[in-house]
Design a protein around this ligand. Sequence first.
Ligand code: NAG
Ligand code: NAG
Ligand code: NAG
Length: 589
Amino acid sequence: MVYSNKHGRQERRMPASALVFTVAVVLSFLLIVLWILAFPHEVSSYSNATDAVAARRKRETDHWRRCTWRGAQDYIPCLDNKNYLRHNKAHKHFEHRERHCPSEAEQPKCLVPLPPGYKAPILWPQSRDEVWYDNVPYQKLVSFKADQNWMKKMEDKLVFPGGGTQFKDGAGQYINFIQRAYPEIEWGKNIRVLLDVGCGVASFGGYLFDREVITMSFAPKDEHEAQVQLALERGIPAVSSVMGTQRLVFPSNVFDIVHCARCRVRWHGDGGLLLLELNRILRPGGYFVWSATPVYQTDTTDQQAWNKTLAVTESMSWKLVAKQNSNEAAIGVAIFQKPKDNELYKTQKVATTMLPFCPDADNADAAWYVKMRKCIHRIPNSARSEWPAQWPGRVNATPAWLTDSQIGIYGRPAPEDYRADTEHWEHVVHKSYLQGVGIDWTTIRNIMDMNAGYGGFAAALIKQPVWVMNIVPITEPDTLPIIYDRGLIGMYHDWCEPHSTYPRTYDLLHANRIISSTKNRCNVTSLIMEMDRILRPNGWAIFHDQVEVLSKVQEILRSLHWDVFLTYKKDNEELLAAQKTFWRPDASS
Ligand SMILES: *[C@@H]1O[C@H](CO)[C@@H](O)[C@H](O)[C@H]1NC(C)=O
Ligand SMILES: *[C@@H]1O[C@H](CO)[C@@H](O)[C@H](O)[C@H]1NC(C)=O
Ligand SMILES: *[C@@H]1O[C@H](CO)[C@@H](O)[C@H](O)[C@H]1NC(C)=O
């Protein structure tokens, strides 16, 4: 085809394929420029999959073997500590479901196998409704939950009909029912962060995504019911945990709502100890939403449980703001509110039945292996007890309680520090992670930020169809309350110990300065083995750290047959992106 330009000269028009090629070249060039702008680093080394394959051939460190005991494919070191369980028989308070980590010497030096027939998981949002049976082959859970219409096996899939709740027509109807019972609950506006206790297969959390609500779900690890594993396979945030003798690993005053539907927790037991733990983690003015049988059944046992639970809530000065039964489903819900400030405690009529206050020296945010205490934490006399901004503004709003007199994690006054961090991650995520490191983001759903700081990485991803578990390591400044204030979720953890998640539950691990900050305290090889356990095959890790620690990391990753896709170095800083493969070692070697 020809056309005339205004000078009258004839020119050949570019064929479409050449045009596409040119555009592609220009775009690639732009991406590289953007990348270099985002990380003003000299590109001093570049390695690609071809290199990785070559390195794989001459693997000097290939000494791995596969764990071979029965059930090894679902191994969670701190929850499956057979040695501990053999010698400690206490079960009364679910001690056997709490974390008991094996010592470094006791930790098996092997990699967990894949279940037979394991496939790359179904992608979100389809995964909310169906998962591969071979990936989570729990026949027992299917039959156990058959009466509850939670899930069904259909050929090679597990399907979750009707959202898997007590409502025939699904979770959406249940979510509406709660809002009708107490219209001050506005999903996705004043209510953003929710904790679901004993979450089942986490359909409630799965459907709350549609309402812009993010739910942290938890349930104990139980041989028969891998509820949490199913939740994560579906792409719904969850963690194995139990209401036992220790505090949940969350700060105080952070959840907008704590929810329990048939969660099988005896709330009135132990003088209300477990409700006091909910009182600790609920935001001032936050709600406890309870839809278990004591709320709506009239037999003596349920009535007794209701009466006793009500007595505990009264002695914590919680207010019963709604109690309603549903006509569609034979259930009911009770909604309690935690006091907004300390005034209510003063005017408490029956002061004698009040539970005691905790001593001032008891840090309400301390939650890493801290025993629960039978006391009420006073509500902070600061802006920290104010309700955060409405969603979605909340994610980038500066929490009102950060003041100039506090020093932030990078040494500037806290509010300025926080805002600079937000901008930094916005830039890094959009200019490089989302386009420059080789990740196919359509395959990414479950993300863990292993060292989350202010949660800036997660905030920058807020428009993506992903969710982020923000980990604040116990050795770092405690920024977790800030993360919750932004309407994001997270937990405390110590990376010298394995995490309480199942194998193959995350698509992307963000390891920002986590190796250098732990290398003096714990074993780098063990940490990388743990990352290998948590990541799904084809999952990714992005490391950002000092050059010398990452060279060691790269060596370990290659020995694990990960593909190291790129490394960028500048001065003593390095960025490394790597992808786990389906490779597993032989059982014998
Ligand atoms: C990967 O690296 C090799 C040698 O280092 C090079 O020949 C090849 O073109 C590279 N491949 C890509 C896709 O960049
Ligand atoms: C529960 O409390 C109500 C009201 O105080 C009372 O009428 C009822 O008998 C109590 N039920 C049980 C089983 O204790
Ligand atoms: C670190 O852990 C690896 C694998 O468990 C082990 O082989 C190695 O000896 C450990 N290193 C140290 C210094 O303890």
